[in-house]
Structure formats: C-alpha cells, structure tokens
Design a protein. Structure first.
Length: 246
C-alpha cells in the first residue's frame, strides 16, 4: 500500500478517537461498557499494526471498531456523529518542535492546543543540537523522547530532527501551519522569511497562554528531584553518623 493508504487509515483512526471522546458512558450498562472497551482495544491494535507497517491488519482492526460503534449508535444506546473522511483527510498539517525531555502537563496542554489547528507533526530535537544550544547533555536520549511523544494522543506523528539543518524536516513535511510555544525563542518573521526562501509559505502561530501548575517546567522538575535527592543523602549521612556514635 502507498502513503495515501496510510493517511486514509490514520483518518479512520482519528474518526474513531473523536467519536469515543464525544460519547457519554456514565449511563451505560456493564455489557455496553464492555463493548466500548472492545472498541478501545481494537483502536489500540490498529495503531500498533499501523506503526509496524501491517496496514491490512490495522485497517481490519479499525473497521471492526467502527462497526461496533455503529451498532451501538443504531440501537440508540450511544449518540455521536462521524466526521466525513474528506474532512479528516483535509485537516492542515501542523508542525511543532521541541526537546520534550521530561513530559509534564505543560507539554500536553501545548500539544492539545496545537491539535486544534490540524494534524500535529512533532519534530524532536536531536541530542547533539540540545547540547549545542542548551550547553548541556540531554536528560533523556532522543530515541526515548521520540517514543514517549509518539504515544501522546494529540500527536499525529513524531520524528527526529536533522542534526545539521533544523529546517529540513519542515521541508519534508510541508506543513500549512507552525505552532510555537510561549517560551520558544524564535522570531516569527525571521522564521517565516527563511521558510519562504525554501519555497514554503507557512502560517506561524504562537500560543501565548500556558498551563499554570507547580511542575510545568523541565527545569523545575529537575530542581525538585535534585532537592529531594540532596535531602535524602543528608538524612542518610546523619543516620550513619549517629550509628557510628552509638
């Protein structure tokens, strides 16, 4: 199967996911809830086989998930609306980029906001580039960061960036929109000009609002871990000294 077939299967998967999000399961009977659980299982299987490149099995799984939901809908047990395939396939490509080291609620909020504009493609910063721009090695290796971000439901696809040309992946994806976070130190006009030079006419949107929470920052999480570790070792040393004295 060709890339177009992969995109079509992903659209079917998106459709089932959107339907599941809109369904109110609070009033369902146990056997009806069990059918919803089966839909979720087949949805998960479809994603798994799609990732493995087994498009036939992936399509079979998502088709069965759709059928189960359709049966419940026709029986009047649940209520939702399918989105047309043409609408799903026409969603704009949205690119976001970042290091995504220690995933926290701020990351999830940002990706959720980005998904409101279309299908989200995430470009994961390479280890060598993180060290170059941040002056330190990454806490989490790039392959691990890629796997974690790929599993987030708001992400359509995640890829590793290019070690030498950070704009190359954008050229390959050909997005209609680039979404920047409030803390990303990129000048929108300069970025747009560089993309125009490569023949890309991309709309750039900066999300200015952020989720407010205690640990919505990688640096704050690292500081807390270091603080807890320091306190633990201080307590441990104190206890060892007490044992020596006793």
């Amino acid at each position: 199967m060709k890339t177009k077939d992969t995109e079509r299967i992903k659209a079917y998967i998106d459709n089932v996911e959107q339907a599941l999000k809109s369904i109110d399961t609070s009033g369902l009977k146990d056997n009806e809830k069990h059918i919803i659980e089966l839909v979720e299982d087949y949805l998960h299987d479809s994603k798994y086989y799609l990732e493995k490149g087994d498009l036939f099995t992936s399509l079979a799984c998502i088709a069965y998930a759709e059928g189960l939901l359709d049966c419940l809908k026709r029986l009047g047990i649940i209520n939702f609306e399918w989105r047309s395939l043409s609408e799903l396939m026409a969603r704009p490509k949205v690119v976001v980029g970042g290091t995504f080291e220690i995933i926290h609620p701020g990351h999830i909020y940002f990706l959720k906001r980005a998904s409101e504009y279309g299908r989200v493609y995430v470009i994961i910063a390479r280890d060598v580039n993180v060290e170059k721009f941040k002056g330190r090695k990454t806490y989490i290796p790039e392959e691990n960061r890629l796997k974690v971000v790929s599993s987030i439901k708001y992400v359509y696809k995640a890829i590793l960036g290019d070690e030498k040309d950070i704009l190359k992946p954008i050229e390959e994806i050909e997005p209609q929109i680039i979404v920047l976070g409030p803390d990303q130190k990129l000048n929108e006009e300069e970025l747009k000009e560089k993309l125009n030079e490569r023949g890309l006419n991309v709309k750039i949107i900066r999300i200015k609002d952020r989720l407010k929470c205690t640990l919505c920052s990688t640096s704050k999480i690292v500081e807390k871990i270091k603080g807890e570790a320091s306190s633990f070792y201080h307590t441990l040393i104190t206890l060892m000294l007490l044992l020596v004295v006793l």
